[in-house]
Design a protein around this ligand. Structure first.
Ligand SMILES: CC(C)(COP(=O)(O)OP(=O)(O)OC[C@H]1O[C@@H](n2cnc3c(N)ncnc32)[C@H](O)[C@@H]1OP(=O)(O)O)[C@@H](O)C(=O)NCCC(=O)NCCS
Length: 465
């Protein structure tokens, strides 16, 4: 059986178009600090009319294959996680097959996985399980998490975002799964769902979603702890992992989640927390489960107590989710990209615990072991390929009015046919795919901005050739 299966290589793509949360806050008439401090968000990326989940994933997959010099014939499984419905039958995976058909490779298993923000994790597990299984043929798995998170005008709108993350899966990975350390919780809830097929916007009960998320977190953590304890014969607590990462609809929920894990440690084994925590959490030990989710005092006290540990174990993974927003299926893996970006040289031998949540609801907590690896599949190479700082720096900030205008146009375009886009790729990086047309039979067409283009307007090359 293949050993140390996990992520060999990864890349992230997010649209260059974004809006500052501080500006959006003022534009929406929200009180100052509500989006930035209250939700903990800094900036939000969004797709303009020339980008969508298919173009973003075409770009991300092409970039990964090129930058890590992977022969497209070496891909044996391609799995996509997404909740952005463009077609109720045809998978996003089939669009991506255009990349591989050119090289004569159509022998690639896998389709799309969908359940809110969890689809990317399902896709990743499918690939890891395949490589670990008897049906593995020795080739790589490829996972794409791609979403455009948009909300109707109102309180949920600042919790949007957009990105595609792509991960190459195989044995002897620098980001390896500890496959026995997984705890899941799956159940039925109407916290966030998309029943209106004529609209891209979800129906969301934000408060319920937060409680569902925290309940799922508790259950998954207990499950992971008890599996660890069976395997290792000793208790698991926050001290047994170096970093914790969470699916991030908005950063405040990540802060609350980590604090909740500290409360879990206290309730499971008070000796695993320090004296100050014992004393301050003591008064909450008699709360019922339900009461504990509603207690503002508990939330406040546990967040204060967890703050130093949060800064050390969580904060390094929050950069992209705060800067780009909720990327749905890509959010958790953008957290991993952030950790590699911020801590690359300190990660050898470290354990990272991840919490994946998809409304509806499906959730898993799982563990990864990191090592530097060997070029090209090394953490330092992943760091340089992703170029997170460069991508963040080269974005174009839109004023909120312009963002709202784009949202209106996208509402109109959702599910529409027979239109051509502006084909304006001037804001896109060279090598980026973009949408040019949806014809009278709803067929979608994409073009690629030339890799050597300096400026490109209306789809025409303007680099001197
Ligand atoms: C998260 C969400 C519920 C917040 O909307 P809201 O009800 O208008 O926001 P609230 O009034 O609760 O304010 C949000 C936070 O900002 C705080 N806040 C409000 N105004 C503030 C200000 N001026 N300065 C600082 N903080 C402020 C609130 O106290 C609250 O923090 P808390 O949760 O720690 O109490 C909403 O954005 C939403 O539904 N988003 C979708 C999330 C989702 O479900 N995603 C997918 C599922 S994972």
């Amino acid at each position: 059986m293949a050993k140390n299966v996990g992520i060999l290589a990864m890349d992230i793509y997010f649209p260059p178009t974004c809006v500052q949360q501080e500006a959006l806050e003022a534009h929406d008439g929200a009180s100052k600090g509500k989006y930035t401090i209250g939700l903990g968000q800094e900036c939000m990326a969004f797709c303009s009319e020339v980008e969508d989940v298919i173009s973003m994933s075409l770009t991300a997959v092409t970039n990964l294959l090129e930058k890590y010099k992977i022969d497209p014939k070496q891909i044996g499984r391609l799995e996509v996680g997404s909740e952005t419905v463009i077609d109720k039958s045809k998978s996003i995976k089939t669009f991506l097959m255009q990349i591989f058909e050119k090289f004569g490779n159509t022998d690639i298993e896998g389709v799309d996985s969908t359940n809110a923000c969890y689809g990317g994790t399902a896709a990743l597990f499918n690939c890891v399980n395949w490589v670990e299984s008897s049906s593995w043929d020795g080739r790589y798995g490829l996972v794409v998490c791609t979403d455009s998170a948009v909300y109707a005008e109102g309180p949920a709108r600042p919790t949007g975002g957009a990105a595609a993350v792509v991960m190459l899966v195989g044995p002897d990975a620098p980001v390896a799964f500890e496959s026995k350390l997984r705890g899941s919780h799956m159940s039925h809830a109407y916290d966030f769902y998309k029943p209106n097929l004529a609209s891209e916007y979800p129906v969301v009960d934000g408060k319920l979603s937060q409680t569902c998320y925290l309940m799922a977190l508790d259950t998954c953590y207990k499950c992971l702890c008890s599996k660890y304890e069976k395997l290792e014969g000793k208790q698991f607590s926050l001290s047994n992992a170096d970093y914790f990462m969470f699916h991030s609809p908005y950063n405040k929920l990540v802060q609350k989640s980590f604090a909740r894990l500290l409360f879990n440690d206290f309730m499971r084994n008070a000796s695993s927390v320090d004296e100050a925590a014992k004393e301050k959490l003591g008064p909450f030990s008699t709360l019922s489960g339900d009461e504990s989710y509603q207690s503002r005092d508990l939330e406040k006290v546990s967040q204060q107590l967890a703050k130093p540990l949060y800064d050390a174990k969580v904060q390094p993974s929050t950069l992209i989710p705060k800067q780009v927003g909720n990327m749905y299926t890509a959010s958790l893996y953008a957290a991993l990209a952030s950790l590699i970006h911020n801590k690359h040289s300190e990660l050898d031998g470290k354990r990272v615990v991840l919490f994946s949540y998809g409304s509806g609801l499906t959730a898993t907590m799982f563990s990864l072991k990191l090592s530097e690896g060997h070029h090209p599949f090394s953490l330092s190479n992943i760091l340089s390929v992703m170029n997170v700082a460069g991508k963040l720096k080269s974005r174009h900030e839109f004023p909120p009015e312009k963002f709202v205008e784009v949202m209106k146009l996208m509402e109109h375009r959702y599910g529409a046919k027979d239109f051509v886009t502006s084909k304006d790729s001037s804001l896109l990086a060279p090598g980026t795919y973009y949408l040019t047309e949806v014809d009278s039979m709803y067929r979608r067409f994409y073009a690629k901005k030339p890799a050597d283009a300096t400026t490109c307007e209306n789809g025409s090359l303007a680099n001197g050739h």
